[in-house]
Design a protein around this ligand. Structure first.
Ligand SMILES: [Zn+2]
Length: 100
């Protein structure tokens, strides 16, 4: 689950998300503590590792991360991706796409 510290609590209420999410994220891999959070989330979003919510927070967070990703260098992307892949344990969520 997304950390409750993803946004400062001084942000607008909608940025914290709705009942179905935390800050717009329904499910996502953990953040690697050694890496910058937004850059890591940007790479995870680009790799479709994050399930965003349909609410305003989810929509705007995804847009924001696209902009962050666009500013990353190839080396930054490679470095973060290596960490993310090493740290990511597949969750039940990703195994639920097949109908029973
Ligand atoms: Zn939501």
């Amino acid at each position: 689950m997304a950390s409750l510290n993803e946004f400062k609590l001084t942000g607008p209420d909608w940025a914290r998300g709705c009942e179905a999410c935390a800050f717009g994220i329904v499910a996502a891999p953990d953040i690697v503590p050694a890496l910058p959070m937004h850059e890591s989330r940007a790479v995870q979003a680009h790799e479709e590792m994050i399930l965003f919510c349909d609410c305003k927070a989810g929509f705007l967070y995804r847009q924001h991360l696209r902009k962050v990703y666009a500013k990353l260098s190839m080396e930054q992307v490679r470095t973060i991706l290596a960490w993310v892949n090493a740290a990511t344990v597949p969750t039940v969520h990703f195994a639920e796409s097949e109908p029973a």
